[in-house]
Design a protein around this ligand. Structure first.
Ligand code: FES
Ligand SMILES: [Fe+2]
Length: 373
């Protein structure tokens, strides 16, 4: 693989984004239309939905999607919109359907395949055919145990869109890992501030002294540095084994992680709303969801091998608590960034060599935001 150092790839004259991108609700609207409703977005782990009929609801802007495990065990997704008078069907974030999906208004009822089979008194309506009123499907894909949905009416094929990531993380066998812990956070800052903050360690010595003691903030090596997927690895300091409170492994390394990967942590941002962090013994991922121009919801999950989780022998909290602390430091500074950026005295300023991925993120973001399709 051809690794390049961060400083070598800074886009010439790269500056931070204009203020509007963080404070103007019209921009958020455009982001929904051109980014979140047209691209593949991470909707969690397929193991979130283990049972037939188990569902979760993904709300994004004015859209809402029901993602569920169907009768045949497959993952399916529908717009959360009744085909009668449009009423939102599911209100809860997650739940379990018995064998059908019923709208609370007039009781139109759909099977788990989204087909309308119950529509009280509609048989007297001329030419009414239940087959014409199935729930509108949403395209769904699964990769490494993650679910992705795409609300475009003509989505790019997942395998094509994600080609640079296919098999890239096979050593970690992420599909086989179990979600051990999930935390949700509300951040009073624009969603892009969370992504941008993740894409650099320039802030590590000041904001995260404990993290900075584990890996050198100047030691980033990016292997993906343009386009929708950005990131690379950081070498752990010689006396460190992982990102945990002690700096040591909190459980045995994952089976396929060998050689150099035992001394590295890999960080990737996956456009638009996912962050993926691979450690020798565990994987962490974030999803980021705008909730207004100056607020977002972040989920963070920690994945371990099933043996580690089942054994209960290991102090996995060393990893979880360390990152929970680090997350909160990141949200704190992102909120201060949002406050400052609102000022009439905020102007774009140059990125440093350690912020090349932010420049790359901004470039890709602007190209997608401004595409006219
Ligand atoms: S709006 Fe759903 S049954 Fe009438
Ligand atoms: Fe940070």
């Amino acid at each position: 693989m051809n690794f390049k150092k961060t400083a070598e790839t800074l886009i010439k004259d790269a500056h931070t984004l204009e203020q509007d991108y963080y404070i103007n609700p019209d921009i958020l609207q455009k982001e929904y239309e051109n980014i979140f409703l047209k691209n593949w977005i991470c909707a969690g782990r397929s193991s979130d939905l283990n049972e037939k009929g188990q569902y979760k609801v993904i709300n994004i802007g004015t859209e809402s999607v029901i993602v569920l495990r169907g009768d045949d065990g497959e993952l399916i997704a529908y717009y959360n919109v009744c085909r009668h008078r449009g009423t939102r069907i599911c209100e809860k974030e997650s739940g379990q359907f018995s064998k059908s999906i019923q709208c609370k208004y007039h009781g139109w009822t759909y099977n788990l395949n989204g087909q309308l089979f119950g529509a009280p008194n509609m048989d007297t309506v001329d030419k009414f055919n239940k087959n014409d009123y199935s729930l509108h499907p949403v395209t769904i894909a699964e990769w490494d145990g993650f679910m992705f949905i795409n609300l475009s009416d003509s989505p790019k094929e997942f395998e094509t869109a994600f080609a640079p990531l296919m098999n890239r993380f096979s050593h970690w066998s992420i599909a086989d890992l179990a979600v051990h812990e999930t935390k949700q956070y509300i951040v009073n800052g624009n969603w892009k501030l969370v992504i941008q903050n993740y894409c650099e360690c320039y802030h590590c010595p000041i904001l995260h002294p404990d993290l900075a003691a584990i890996h050198n903030y100047m030691g980033g090596h990016n292997d993906l540095y343009e386009g929708p997927f950005l990131g690379g690895y950081m070498d752990l300091n010689e006396d460190k084994e992982s990102i945990t409170a002690s700096g040591q492994l909190c459980c045995p390394p994952l089976d396929g992680v060998k050689g150099d990967n035992l001394n590295r942590v890999y960080y990737y941002s996956i456009f638009p709303n996912m962050l993926l962090s691979l450690h020798p013994e565990y994987v962490m991922y974030h999803t980021v969801w705008p909730e207004g121009i100056d607020k977002c919801k972040v989920t963070c999950s920690w994945l371990f091998s099933k043996q580690t989780v089942d054994s209960g022998e290991y102090k996995t909290s060393d990893a979880i608590d360390f990152w929970d602390m680090t997350n909160k430091q990141d949200w704190y500074i992102s909120q201060l960034a949002q406050l400052g950026i609102r000022s009439k005295k905020y102007f774009p300023a140059p990125y440093s060599g350690q912020e090349s991925l932010l420049a790359a993120f901004d470039k890709h973001y602007l190209s997608v935001l401004n595409q006219s399709v």
